[in-house]
Write a protein that binds this ligand. Structure first.
Ligand SMILES: [Zn+2]
Ligand SMILES: [Zn+2]
Length: 112
C-alpha cells in the first residue's frame, strides 16, 4: 500500500494557513512529520492524527472551523477566536491573546 505524503505547502493549503505556520508546527513537533532528504513531509496518517488532536469538541453541523493565524490551532467555535491581527485582520485565538498578549498573526508578529 502506498502512503500518501503531503508537502508543507500542501498542508498549509489544506488548513488554509500560511506555510510559515505549518513549518513552525513541524519544527516544534506539534505536527508530526518525516524528513525526506532536506524536505519535511507529512503522511496522511500523521495529518489525520494532528487534526484529531486539534479538534476539540464535536464540530457542529455545517462544520465551520476557525484556525488561529498565529498558533495554528483549530477551533470549532467562534468564541475561541477573540481577536484579529492588527496588520491583516487574520483571526487570533483567545489563548494567544490572553496568554501571549498576541496582536499579530504568525507573519506579522514582531520578533523581539
Ligand atoms: Zn492561537
Ligand atoms: Zn497579519
Amino acid at each position: 500500500m502506498e502512503i500518501k505524503f503531503y508537502s508543507l505547502e500542501e498542508v498549509a493549503d489544506l488548513f488554509g494557513v500560511n506555510y510559515q505556520l505549518i513549518y513552525k508546527l513541524v519544527k516544534t513537533g506539534e505536527l508530526p512529520s518525516v524528513r525526506i532528504g532536506k524536505m519535511f513531509r507529512v503522511s496522511e496518517a500523521q495529518l489525520k492524527e494532528y487534526m484529531d488532536r486539534q479538534s476539540v469538541g464535536t464540530p457542529a453541523s455545517g462544520e465551520q472551523s476557525y484556525i488561529c493565524s498565529r498558533c495554528g490551532k483549530k477551533y470549532f467555535s467562534a468564541l475561541s477566536i477573540s481577536g484579529k491581527c492588527k496588520e491583516c485582520g487574520a483571526q487570533l485565538c483567545k489563548a494567544c491573546i490572553e496568554n501571549d498578549k498576541a496582536e499579530y498573526c504568525e507573519i506579522h508578529q514582531k520578533n523581539d
